[in-house]
Design a protein around this ligand. Structure first.
Ligand code: EPU
Length: 344
């Protein structure tokens, strides 16, 4: 394991924001990770974990040790019962989409709606990744994480993780305390496709769920994502920049009386989730440009770094949008990616 000082992180975050790690190491095994953590403990350095950098806003330089996870390995375990369930465990450094494709190729079904989500396996539970009607928590069994303060391996069950919409204990009470090393999901040998999400149903119009296989659903999800979401290699971005707000039914009806076109997705607990993209789009921000960053032309929820902006400039744009949406609709948007580092 090689610890370097003063390393640029520009190529390691999909928003291509500038920022440097005071110290940096890339770990390919869990032993190297443990070694890096014990070095940080000995030197009293704060630790920041970087996965694929696809859900991160670099506000500036990061003090302490930045650890990039590059571990690999995927394991399949048939359950010894008649549930036709198969447990798959992937190392934190595996690419999420490649893991999904691997399970599909091995005829294990259940992750198809989460195809093409950028980032690594280890980051997936942190924000409970979700798309097209499915969240990681729907398939999640357990994870193993190292406690940064002690280096001890800790097993987290699904309830330990306290999953919510784009949320988990790792963004709340346990924030900054653990490094995920592997994630286990339960999949099925039986295909059971779910194409109820409107955009997915529309993309597969005319097809009945019974006639579709999970690979076709995965391909449709990939097509939608490629059409709607910009490729970070071409237009640096971090996917959705804000969470979709969740309102009580009463709040939603009040707003809908004022804006009859307001979309809303009823949630199992009676609340209504509404697309932040719609609010931002209505407010006229779509395609807005300035200070080297802007709002994507095709999707109002995606902010892009269009001209070598800084994290501060991007966060300024996000802040302007938050203020405007609150003034117009009385709704406070919350930033979805994690913000790392402090301004220089
Ligand atoms: N819409 C607009 N203008 C736009 C884009 C969308 O008005 O420019 C409205 C439309 O009414 C559309 C609705 O917003 O029907 C929803 O749009 P979309 O289906 O693209 O989904 P989203 O709510 O914007 C969420 C997730 C995405 C996920 C998709 C599909 C969040 C914060 N985002 O986006 O996740 O891929 O649903 O399930 O929940 C991510 O987290 O980075 C991400 C891309």
């Amino acid at each position: 394991m090689n610890i370097k000082a003063n390393v640029s992180l520009l190529a390691l975050n999909t928003l291509a924001l500038p920022g440097r790690a005071e110290f940096f190491c890339r770990v390919s095994t869990n032993d190297e990770l443990a070694e890096g953590l014990s070095y940080a403990r000995a030197e009293q350095l704060p630790v920041t974990i970087l996965g694929g950098g696809s859900n991160v806003v670099l506000a500036g330089d990061i003090a302490g040790l930045v650890v990039q996870i590059a571990t690999c390995g995927i394991e399949r375990r048939q359950q010894n019962d008649d549930s036709q369930r198969i447990h798959w465990t992937a190392a934190a450094g595996e690419n999420w989409h490649q893991f999904v494709q691997h399970t599909l190729a091995e005829k294990s079904y259940g992750l198809e709606n989460l195809s093409l989500i950028p980032g690594l396996v280890g980051a997936a539970p942190i924000q409970n990744i979700g798309a097209y009607g499915l969240e990681l928590s729907d398939r999640f069994v357990s994870l193993v994480a190292l406690e940064i303060a002690t280096g001890n391996a800790v097993n987290f069950s699904k309830s330990d993780c306290k999953f919510g919409y784009r949320d988990s204990v790792f963004k709340q009470g346990a924030a900054g305390q653990f490094v995920v090393t592997s994630v286990t999901v339960a999949l099925s040998e039986r295909a059971n496709v779910d194409i109820r999400y409107p955009a997915l149903a529309a993309a597969l119009a005319g097809e009945s769920p019974e006639a579709l296989n999970p690979q076709q659903v995965s391909a449709a999800v990939c097509r939608i994502r490629q059409q709607k979401l910009p490729d970070p290699a071409v237009q640096p971005n971090a996917g959705s920049f804000f969470k979709n707000p969740v309102l009580s039914n009463e709040q939603w009806q009040q707003l809908q009386a004022e804006y009859p076109q307001l979309p809303g997705y009823p949630q199992p607990d009676g609340t209504i989730k509404l697309p932040a993209a719609w609010l931002i789009d209505q407010a006229g921000w779509k395609g807005a440009e300035g200070q080297g960053c802007g709002v994507h032309r095709e999707h109002a929820l995606v902010l892009i770094n269009s001209g070598a902006c800084s994290g501060q400039q991007l966060l300024q744009l996000a802040g302007d949008i938050v203020v405007d949406i609150e003034q117009r609709f009385g709704i406070l948007l919350v930033i979805e990616p994690q913000v790392f580092g402090s301004p220089v």
